[in-house]
Design a binder for this molecule. Sequence first.
Ligand code: ARG
Length: 588
Amino acid sequence: MKKFLDLISEEMKNAFEAAGYDRELGKVTLSNRPDLCEYQCNGAMAGAKLYKKAPIMIANEVAAKLESSEVFLEVSAVAPGFLNLKVKESFVSDYLKQMTQTEKFGLEMPEKPAKIIVDYGGPNVAKPLHVGHLRSAIIGESIKRIARYAGHDVIGDIHLGDWGLQMGLIITELQERQPELVYFDESYEGEYPKEAPFTISELEEIYPTASGKSKEDAAYKERAMEATFKLQSGVRGYRALWDHIIAVSVADLKKNYENLNVDFDLWKGESDVHDVIPGMVDYMKKEGYAYISDGALVVDVKEDTDTKEIPPCMILKSDGASLYNTTDLATIMERMREYHPDRLIYLTDKRQDLYFEQVFRCARKTKLVEPETELLHIGFGTMNGKDGKPFKTREGGVMRLEMLIKEINEEMYRKITDNREVDEEEARQTAKVVALSAIKYGDLSNQASKDYIFDIDKFTSFEGDTGPYILYTVVRIKSILSKVKEQGGLPDDASIREAGSEAEKALMMEIAKFNAMMESAYAETAPHKVCAYIYDLANAFNRFYHETKIVSEEDQEKKAGWVALLMLTRDILETCIDVLGFSAPERM
Ligand code: ARG
């Protein structure tokens, strides 16, 4: 379906043309004086110079051509030459009717869907998820869903950090504690136990302990590096232990991500490309891209137009070990081979900006990707506490994700049960759903690259620009609809009617913006646009609601029209929160 604003512009362009002017002058924009008009066109001002004519004359001529327009209710030419516009109620309601009959409310699907891989989440195995991982998961999930809704073929990959020194550290600490484990017996040839020799909580304690020790004790670190090397060279017992670490850790991660309503198509990790690294390195050497510098193997990635120093991309360290870069490059190679994506999107903290710049340049230069493959890194800002510093626990420690979620769930539960008799079980469930909206909306409503303040009081409020406010609006609509249903059923053929009030028309015009909004949220990978839209839409709905007695309306046709409008509002809001990665409860 054509976009609402485009249809309006089209009508205006036709009028410019009919009056003998360049049609391109007829571009219409949203009014910046909503007190005067809904839309405006400044084409007569631009046309004045071109045609050496007073702008007001042009505006008057154009307005005259629109006297019997099906689109405009009012076209007023005002000094010095602006065209102030209001659209006809019937034009808006016809558009909405079409939206209800068109798939995805009129969002046009791409002729050729793009294949997109979104690399997000990026947790490190055996390390507990902390708030730093939250943004990657929340933003990535939404970007994935928006792209999918926009009709593209999207794969989400978690890209586990599962191959580095942290694995060697864990293995070393395990050996320290339980040297008798069969995994450390190099002469052992039998099968290894199915059961892991540790639980997730042990694992989560082992890693920080080992990491702490390695910082104080050089010999310990040496052993951890050796263990990493042995693991990577395929020593059986180490591999078997590693399998346990992954299994235990991934089971826990899955639970955590599920609670966040975040879901990955692929659970691949850095380790998955281990075997393809040597081939990639050979290729880079053979083609002359990579050379030895200070013992390390590097690829130059600086360009003449650089304004800041971009250091070479290191492929192998002087001891031959691979790095974070190496696994990312090999992963790009593998992804191209396996999926041939048109677009690769990465989500990490913006402190990795330079890193991705290097990796992308290296991938292009060494032709791991095609010239037209898009490589996009979305670097997000930090989530800060109310003091403006990175979010911490009350005691000042790193906030674990589980704790944070628990805290918000509690706060939401408190708000929901405040002064009310509610079923405990149901309230807990509702609190969970609403809390997730508070966390996600609080994050996504900010432009990703910006830092933001995680303010529990504000995010969990039922008023203002928050997730709970949006959900409250959805629930309100659902409750009106069920009241009407109880009264005698919802008419099945309820069809949207022309707006009867200014608030109703405003709501309808907000709805009409849906496809344009979704298109730009996709093109700009900008979930915050979806948030801004549903906030405006919820406000428009609530204004209409406060002015309109829907349930007690006697005129059945009028009421049916409202029911249709409510259903469409609900559907659009629910579609939007779904692409943001949360949902609404039935009641709250
Ligand atoms: N595991 C990494 C970290 O914690 C994030 C991975 C991001 N994705 C990537 N392909 N490099 O920093």
